[in-house]
Design a protein around this ligand. Structure first.
Ligand code: MN
Length: 207
């Protein structure tokens, strides 16, 4: 995937995540917020033909290759594209509380239990000050929970995100108003464990 970047369609219907996330939020979040990042990223790259053959991942990892005057803008817009695509892909409407197979083993060995994993991810999401994301990442082969501000992306040669929850107010305010903790609690019903598990397995194979 490279310039011109396309708005990826939602991998489910707009109302598929109800009652946990209403379709009005999904319309705004996908069609306006996420699509806006795609448009702005393309606008920036229009002026830099030498960056147009870089993939989205490369734009976020090979920051040394970006011109100084565009570095921050590209980090923000490419981050907005990457983070939203991962966020939308990490949800579905198949209720399944517990991951299976090797991912479950990895979660148990990294966090102690699935309950502890959930507690740590919840704390990271609820306590992130202002806008940002909480993440499950794979760092040098180990699972970790982190939080990042704004559209920062925890992506490098040794760190790859597996799952994220968007805690910008636009992700929940229409339905939950100021109750971010309720949104986070309900989001756990939406985690697409098949997606996270196959992402984990393919990364472990590469390393
Ligand atoms: Mn968002």
């Amino acid at each position: 995937m490279q310039y011109p970047f396309k708005v990826e369609p939602l991998p489910y219907e707009y109302d598929a995540l109800e009652p946990y996330l209403c379709k009005e939020i999904l319309h705004l979040h996908h069609d306006k917020h996420y699509a806006g990042y795609v448009l702005k990223l393309n606008e920036i790259l229009k002026n830099y033909p030498n960056l147009q053959n870089m993939t989205l991942d490369e734009l976020l990892i090979k920051t040394d290759e970006l011109p100084n005057e565009a570095k921050t803008a590209i980090r923000n817009q490419a981050g907005g594209v990457y983070n939203h695509q991962l966020y939308f892909a990490g949800m579905n409407n198949v209720e399944c509380e517990i991951p299976t197979d090797r991912l479950a083993l990895a979660i148990n060995s990294s966090f102690g239990s699935i309950e502890q994993f959930r507690a740590e991810l919840t704390a990271a999401a609820v306590n992130q000050f202002g806008s940002g994301y909480a993440w499950l990442i794979l760092s040098n082969g180990k699972l970790e929970i982190i939080a990042t501000p704004n559209q920062d992306t925890p992506l490098s040669l040794t760190v790859t995100p597996l799952l994220c929850i968007d805690v910008w107010e636009h992700a929940y305010y229409l339905q939950y108003q100021n109750r971010r903790a309720d949104y986070v609690e309900n989001w756990f019903n939406l985690i697409n464990w098949d997606f996270v598990g196959s992402r984990y397995m393919s990364l472990m194979k590469e390393s």
